[in-house]
Design a protein around this ligand. Structure first.
Ligand SMILES: [Zn+2]
Length: 255
């Protein structure tokens, strides 16, 4: 879904039965760069490239991928996308993340939320998958590890596509980042916030989801950083786009 000239939100349906809903990776582009934020579940790389094409943008122009954090539904398509694009374009696709997330994304450290219980649950879920899907998931934890080529820190300015401000928002994971798109006054919020439709049919911010958040206190504290941004719209990875008095609603949640 095109949002503005040079900004679109992809609508990516889950490819596994145990993960529901639509995910919303974002693309931002100009004549020099095509930046993708987050890459779906394992096995979704090709689907994402097709969705980019549907927005009227050539996926071969992809220059950068920003990963908001290392959860599986954000890094799943990363290796596949890089391989496919580099094979055709012959150019390197850079991968950017917060420095804290780098070892998790590269597979040097086990994902933060993989407790013993979680691993047992995952094992059961894996057994229910088709052989092909299982192989795609296993490859995420074995070979073909992606490499993070540039690490980011809080308040860092990136010069791409009208400028981007990196906001370090620990809570969901330790190195979770949001990306504020300066030109569009749009916050790509990753999993730092969510929203829902209330009984009056209005979009209401609900903040971080306690079920998936590593440290709720930190996550709420991190929301305080958004007060300094002039936000017209936010894009949440699991909810989509919302432009309904965002700053007021953030202040309301922080009361
Ligand atoms: Zn997520």
């Amino acid at each position: 879904m095109k949002i503005s000239e040079g900004l679109a939100m992809l609508e990516l349906k889950s490819n596994v039965p145990n993960v529901e809903g639509i995910m919303y990776p974002v693309i931002i582009w100009d004549e020099k760069e095509l930046v993708l934020i987050d890459t779906g579940l394992p096995g979704q790389g090709t689907t994402i490239l097709d969705l980019i094409e549907k927005e009227g943008v050539s996926p071969q122009k992809l220059t950068k991928i920003i990963i908001t954090h290392h959860d599986m539904d954000h890094v799943g398509g990363l290796t596949e996308i890089i391989k496919k694009v580099e094979a055709v374009s012959g150019k390197k696709v850079e991968v950017l993340s917060h420095e804290t997330e780098k070892p998790y994304i590269q597979g040097d450290l086990m994902p933060l939320k993989f407790t013993k219980d979680k691993l047992d649950e995952l094992k059961k879920q894996m057994e229910a998958l088709s052989a092909e899907k299982r192989q795609q998931y296993q490859s995420l934890f074995s070979s073909n590890k992606p490499v993070v080529t540039e690490t980011l820190s809080d308040n860092q300015q990136l010069p791409y596509c009208g400028g981007m401000t990196i906001i370090h928002t620990p809570g969901h994971t330790k190195g979770h980042i949001c990306v504020y798109l300066n030109r569009y006054k749009t916050l790509v919020a990753g999993d730092s916030m969510n929203f829902e439709i209330n009984s009056e049919g209005e979009l209401r911010l609900t903040g971080p989801n306690p079920h998936f958040t590593y440290n709720m206190n930190e996550a709420v504290e991190s929301m305080g950083k958004f007060r300094a941004c002039n936000i017209h719209e936010i894009i949440c990875y699991h909810c989509g786009k919302m432009g309904n008095n965002v700053t007021e609603q953030i202040n309301e949640l922080l009361k």
